[in-house]
Design a protein around this ligand. Structure first.
Ligand SMILES: Cc1cc2nc3c(=O)[nH]c(=O)nc-3n(C[C@H](O)[C@H](O)[C@H](O)COP(=O)(O)OP(=O)(O)OC[C@H]3O[C@@H](n4cnc5c(N)ncnc54)[C@H](O)[C@@H]3O)c2cc1C
Ligand SMILES: Cc1cc2nc3c(=O)[nH]c(=O)nc-3n(C[C@H](O)[C@H](O)[C@H](O)COP(=O)(O)O)c2cc1C
Ligand code: SF4
Length: 639
């Protein structure tokens, strides 16, 4: 029986070769908002990888009321670039849908707290609390409605197969639709009919521009999941209204920036995140329903379709980590799908104004720039350390045709990924450790575990190059009593090498300390974190949605945090710390150290001058999975 994922489908009159779409995700654009050549290559790769439908990131229909935040459709060049994008996508029998938006409203980043953004009403800006938005007047609303129609017409003219209206997630259209952000007293505010007026006028304007047979998708949020936000019954009413207005498919989302992790999930959410909501929508409409939200496990995605919860499944993150997701499902190689670790470095880069990137797919958004080519100069390489840096370097070097041996000191590959993915709520990282381990063994790399070599043995091997990826060790601050039997290392606790009791104190409130505390709080009666800095998580550079999700997890875990406090002594029954000049005591049966990491790279110094050595990952500077993976990839790619 053909799996549901691969069955052909139809949205309006548009024929699709399968049930998997690439969810809309913004990319860096040209200065004028056109699709850049780089983003066209990025979309083309996903079309090549088998996605039946590619939905682009949002395109603003005008910059009259907002700064440029993403793509902008309207200029001659933007249409020309969109038309080239359509041609590229069509080579692979994939279809292109261009997402269009009238704007972000109160979610705008107006590049300073002094510029009031336009929105549905005079409500607070999200990014600049205290800054009030300016309500759009009726002429401006009418202009946006007209311009959305024009944008849809341009998308169709460019060769797109469909358009999607960006009506979700607390952005401008959704601000009009929701009583949380719409305080208007005219015909655009008040009842649901009035709040939906802007959205429905846009649908009508788009329909007029594209004609009766061109599919209009609508991405909307039937449930916000925040106090005062939309609840499901109203969301289902909206679904019926949108169907009646002639929309051809409903793309279902949940959340808003106040609970952003509900919209763009993080490592901390259990999969699937939104299929339940798609199933609710499906009960009340007869047009196709599209589901997203952590569906990159093909079994789960197939189940969503088989259960009838949705007609199509979309991959956001999953399309970034593995452009060939569909092709691998098709060819029976689903085991080789690169899983997402939920770090949201992709989103974080975009919000920092940097070029987009993916932690586990270094070629993402750089498909044209970072090809992996066969080498004409085959080398014998030794990789020391089987964490993400060493594994990625080994896999990429082997793919290029080098002869690669990997030595790992412990009994298994994965390195610190096992500790990072130790807690149940970090399953995504554990899954990546499992994936990369398998990938190394499938790549023709010679792996030797339990192999802790000396510099002499390495030097005797006559390697053309040694890649040192030996990771980092726990930093040990000079606290008396740190060597006691009641003190455990966070990595050992997270990998179950060490147990813990009912009263736990964690030293260090960075990412590792906070997550270790939450992990212990699942079983211990009392967990306290002592942090020297004025706040916890100050050293963490997380995307806002990961930050929110972790904060929620910590709140739910009922952990006590003592900040601005320095541990001065550890004894068999607890510890002493100083805060505000006074000494305090905490009783504990287990004390866990999470006070940072220092690079483990002594071998590099011992090998200096004897063999060509490069140091990567935490062995260079303790950092992240992204840094380790990218350094491993690039070193091997340009070798
Ligand atoms: C608890 C914890 C949570 C984390 N959470 C996250 C997170 O959520 N997101 C994120 O991006 N990053 C996270 N990190 C950081 C991330 O795991 C590391 O940055 C990453 O694993 C570094 O990869 P690496 O390959 O350089 O080193 P490692 O993963 O440390 O791997 C080094 C490997 O080298 C081996 N080795 C050491 N010495 C030798 C030797 N002489 N010979 C052979 N092998 C040797 C070790 O046994 C180990 O397997 C976390 C780290 C920890 C500890
Ligand atoms: C980097 C990034 C950019 C995104 N940009 C958009 C966008 O422009 N328009 C949109 O409707 N959704 C956007 N999203 C949300 C995704 O389309 C999708 O709804 C969400 O990521 C959940 O699906 P997933 O769990 O498969 O990633 C973005 C998500 C990411 C990660
Ligand atoms: S950057 Fe992180 S969250 Fe984003 S797609 Fe890649 S692995 Fe997933």
């Amino acid at each position: 029986m053909q799996m549901h994922l691969l069955r052909p489908g139809k949205i309006g009159k548009l024929q699709l070769k399968n049930r998997v779409f690439m969810a809309p995700m913004g990319t860096t654009s040209e200065e004028d908002g056109s699709f850049s050549d780089r983003s066209i290559a990025y979309y083309e790769e996903r079309a090549k990888g088998g996605f039946g439908l590619i939905i682009t990131g949002a395109n603003q229909c005008t910059l009259e009321y907002e700064n440029k935040a993403c793509n902008v459709i309207g200029s001659i060049r933007s249409v020309a670039q969109a038309s080239f994008l359509a041609r590229c996508v069509h080579q692979y029998d994939s279809k292109l849908c261009i997402q269009i938006t009238p704007g972000l409203g109160r979610m705008q980043l107006p590049f300073g707290a002094e510029v009031s953004p336009f929105a549905a009403s005079e409500v607070e800006s999200f990014w600049f609390p205290g800054l009030m938005c300016k309500p759009l007047d009726k002429d401006q609303i009418a202009n946006l409605v007209k311009t959305m129609g024009k944008a849809a017409g341009q998308a169709k003219f460019a060769g797109a197969d469909a358009v999607e209206i960006h009506g979700y997630g607390g952005y401008l259209i959704d601000q009009f639709c929701s009583q949380l952000w719409n305080k208007r007293t005219d015909e655009y505010g008040g009842s649901l009919e009035n709040r939906m007026r802007f959205a429905l006028e846009i649908v009508a304007s788009v329909r007029e521009a594209v004609g009766p047979d061109f599919p209009i998708l609508y991405k909307f949020t039937p449930y916000h999941g925040v106090e005062g936000g939309r609840e499901v019954p109203e969301g289902l009413e909206m679904a019926k209204m949108l169907e009646a207005a002639g929309v051809d498919a409903l793309h279902v989302d949940q959340g808003c920036y106040e609970a952003w992790y509900k919209a763009i999930p993080t490592v901390y959410q259990k999969a699937p995140t939104m299929a339940w909501l798609a199933a609710e929508v499906k009960k009340v409409v007869s047009i196709p329903v599209m589901a997203v939200g952590k569906l990159d496990d093909p079994n789960l995605a197939e189940k969503v379709l088989a259960d009838g919860a949705a007609d199509y499944i979309g991959l956001g993150h999953g399309a970034l980590t593995d452009p060939y997701w569909v092709a691998k499902v098709h060819s029976g190689e689903a085991y080789d799908i690169v899983p997402c670790i939920g770090c949201n470095e992709c989103l974080n880069a975009g919000f920092k104004g940097a070029h987009y990137q993916c932690a586990v797919n270094p070629r993402c958004y750089a498909e044209m720039y970072f090809p992996v080519t066969k080498t004409a100069d085959k080398k014998r390489l030794l990789v020391l350390g089987g964490g993400p840096a060493g594994m990625q370097a080994a896999v990429t070097a082997a793919e290029r045709g080098h002869e690669v041996e990997l030595w790992e000191k412990s009994a298994r590959l994965g390195g610190a990924l096992w500790a990072a993915g130790g807690p149940d709520f970090k399953y995504d990282v554990r899954r990546y450790a499992e994936y990369m381990t398998g990938k190394v063994y499938r790549s023709g790399v010679t792996v030797k575990t339990m192999k802790d070599a000396s510099a002499d043995e390495i030097a005797r091997g006559n390697w053309d190059k040694v890649i040192l990826a030996t990771g980092a060790r726990h930093a040990k601050p000079p606290i008396p009593g740190l060597d006691g039997p009641n003190v455990k290392m966070a990595n050992d606790v997270l990998t179950s090498k060490s147990t813990f009791g009912d009263r736990v104190v964690v030293i260090g409130g960075g990412l590792v300390g906070a997550e270790t505390a939450a992990h212990c709080a699942e079983r211990a009666q009392k967990v306290t974190v002592v942090e020297a800095l004025p706040e916890i998580l100050m050293t963490v550079d997380h995307c806002r949605n990961n930050e929110q999700a972790l904060e929620q997890l910590l709140k739910d875990s009922e952990i006590e945090f003592i900040t601005d406090a320095r541990v001065s002594n550890i004894d068999p029954t607890g510890l002493t710390y100083t805060k505000d000049g006074a000494e305090h005591r905490l009783d504990a049966d287990t004390i866990i150290l999470a006070a940072g990491y220092t690079s483990n790279n002594e071998l590099a110094h011992q090998l200096d001058g004897r063999v060509d050595v490069s140091v990567i990952g935490d062995a260079k500077v303790a950092d992240s999975i992204l840094t380790a993976t990218h350094q491993g990839f690039h070193l091997a790619r340009v070798l």
